[in-house]
Design a binder for this molecule. Structure first.
Ligand code: CTP
Length: 398
């Protein structure tokens, strides 16, 4: 699968550079061609001799070769690559990449690259958490680059937290996945919502629902593994996604879900609303815990905004919008009503009448209904397989 694929790895100054020789070995063993560009200060962390031996290519660093005065063409390098990986990416290089600086061979080659770009940040936790680093990462993501998020753990500084560059085996899998599943979804920006929302009654109580988030997370993972750039807006859940380059936005209430989805939908190719968003929220939230000595409270509810309906209203011709319908009766008729009322391209219907379908279960049984009212009914499957069916259908619609 990686046979003959041309991969550039740009290495910057971080202790995590020690992991790159292992990655080079894995890529070479799988048949890829690897060229390495190293920033001058990264040479203190990993030796060019190790890297050139493992990659079978000279390690490049300077714009000009000081020995024979020849020029290392960043344009040729940029065009050569099928994939450009910057790993480890220091805070300094992230900032330069986000703002177009071009003061070394790695950066000029990056600016010339037409291939997909993967970036694996590595730094100390406070540097990683800093708003400027976050902004730079968001900018790089908005260029369509894939961020291989650092993991949590003990850092070289002795501090503990997020900032550890992903392990070489995982980075290898991500690269392999990318080439394996180059599909119509590669590079497509997709917004997925998942999980429940919680609507506060007082500081300790809320109205929620049984959604676990599993269905939405499985869809997000499936999309990401096919090369989509996924933004996952999640209500309060106890699961994490398996894919490193999913951007996750955590929300609690229906209003926050509305704000996050509407703010992001305009720049998306596809929206998939799998979240079980509350339809009603308490009109007033008590600022203190409601005491049982007082009279039994009557909670007045008001309607929340329908996120999907608003997305349907804003939808442009080149966007696809997919909604969910969880029904207990007159399933198809109700789902069709929602499909047309909310201007959807596809609706995923699950019925609480079917055992093993809907909330909480690891399985689900769905029917997919498109704008032409064509119905595709599936058997009961685990949610990962259901996600595959849904994403297959979306690929057909693209
Ligand atoms: N949805 C939404 N905003 C809400 C409620 C629901 O975007 N405030 C979305 C869900 O994410 C789902 C779809 O609308 O994709 C259908 O949700 P559902 O609750 O089944 O339908 P409703 O339109 O709310 O109708 P009803 O509850 O009356 O069946």
């Amino acid at each position: 699968m990686l046979k003959g694929k041309k991969i550039i790895i740009g290495i910057t100054a971080s202790i995590a550079a020690y992991k790159i020789p292992l990655l080079v070995r894995l890529l070479k063993k799988a048949g890829a061609e690897v060229k390495i560009i190293i920033t001058p200060s990264a040479k203190d962390f990993v030796t060019p001799l190790t890297l050139s031996t493992l990659s079978g290519n000279p390690v490049l660093s300077e714009l000009f070769d000081k020995q024979d005065g020849s020029w290392n063409s960043h344009v040729e390098l940029g065009l050569w690559a099928d994939l450009f990986l910057v790993a480890p990416a220091s805070a300094n290089t992230l900032s330069k990449m986000a703002h177009g600086a071009a003061d070394n061979l790695l950066l000029t080659s990056y600016l010339s690259a037409r291939s997909p770009v993967f970036i694996a940040p590595a730094m100390d936790l406070d540097m990683y958490k800093h708003p400027s680093t976050k902004q730079n990462i968001d900018l790089l993501r908005s260029f369509g680059h894939y961020i291989i998020e650092p993991t949590e753990g003990e850092l070289a500084s002795g501090l503990c937290g997020a900032g550890r560059m992903e392990e070489p085996e995982v980075m290898f899998d991500i690269i392999q996945d990318f080439f394996k599943k180059k599909t119509k979804l590669s590079g497509k920006k997709v917004l997925v919502s998942a999980g429940p929302t919680f609507e506060a009654i007082d500081p300790v109580r809320f109205i929620g629902n049984h959604s676990s988030g599993k269905m939405g997370f499985a869809i997000a993972d499936e999309l990401a593994s096919r090369g989509a750039i996924v933004t996952l807006v999640s209500g309060p859940v106890n699961i994490s996604s398996t894919h490193a380059h999913i951007k996750r936005i955590d929300v609690t209430t229906a209003e926050q879900m509305y704000d996050a989805c509407i703010a992001n939908f305009e720049s998306m190719d596809i929206g998939i609303m799998a979240a079980a968003i509350a339809d009603f929220t308490p009109k007033n939230v008590a600022d203190r815990k409601i005491k049982k000595e007082n009279a039994t409270p009557v909670i007045e509810l008001v309607s929340t905004k329908d996120v999907l309906k608003e997305m349907g209203r804003q939808k442009k011709d080149n966007q696809l919008l997919i909604g969910f319908a969880l029904e207990t009766n007159d399933e198809v008729a109700n789902a069709l009503k929602k499909l047309h009322k909310k201007n959807l391209d596809l609706i995923v219907l699950n019925s609480l009448q079917d055992p093993g379908a809907g909330f909480k279960h690891a399985t689900n049984q769905v029917s997919l209904i498109d704008r032409n009212e064509h119905i595709q009914a599936f058997e009961l499957k685990n949610k990962d397989d259901v996600a595959r069916d849904i994403v297959n259908r979306i690929e057909e619609l693209i």
